[in-house]
Design a protein. Structure first.
Length: 191
């Protein structure tokens, strides 16, 4: 906190470009990610109706299911770009200070050394320490809000539309694979 007070006293402010970049980041992080994750989670559950039925029968499972869906679903087509601060060797590859590296969180979330049967969707997976929100100093600032948004959205859907079904085959759903992956649309039938 002392640093914030000192920075303010010294007139340390964000530039216009930094403010614009921060605003865009808030918009993407605050809307795009949650909207895409809600539809991705629902589509994943509706691919195998026993998963949807399990949540309809046991809504208390929703928090665990959300964690598993965050681990299971591909969130982004690109990894998180980081720049090495010092020379380092990683699995026999030399990375020099200043070089960019990509952290492939999707691969980490499917690592068989970290997860039993990583390619299976297990709505009650215990001790699910996925990396979908990042880790350490790069942990998502709005992770808890995102969890609440996803949980409340899914709870509302399973309670209000227990007979929800995909309106077309899952393999025909069109995915937008960009910075934040998501469905172009999620056509459903309510009964």
């Amino acid at each position: 906190m002392d640093e914030l007070v000192r920075a303010r006293e010294e007139g340390d402010r964000l530039s216009q470009e930094e403010l614009i970049a921060f605003g865009v980041n808030l918009l993407v992080a605050g809307h795009e990610t949650s909207a895409n994750q809600i539809s991705s989670c629902v589509a994943t559950l509706l691919r195998r109706l026993e998963n949807w039925a399990r949540l309809v029968d046991n809504p208390d499972l929703v928090p665990s299911a959300i964690e598993e869906l965050l681990r299971f679903n591909r969130f982004s087509e690109v990894g998180q770009l980081r720049v090495a601060l010092e020379d380092v060797e990683l699995h026999g590859v030399q990375i020099k200070a200043g070089e960019g590296v990509m952290a492939a969180l999707n691969s980490a979330n499917r690592d068989p050394r970290a997860y039993d049967a990583p390619d299976e969707l297990r709505l009650d997976r215990p001790d699910n320490k996925h990396l979908s929100f990042g880790f350490g100093p790069h942990f998502c600032l709005r992770a808890q809000l995102a969890r609440i948004e996803l949980q409340e959205s899914l709870l509302a859907l399973v309670r209000r539309f227990p007979r929800l079904r995909l309106a077309k085959p899952a393999e025909d759903l069109e995915w937008r694979r960009v910075l934040v992956s998501g469905l172009a649309e999620l056509p459903v039938n309510l009964t």
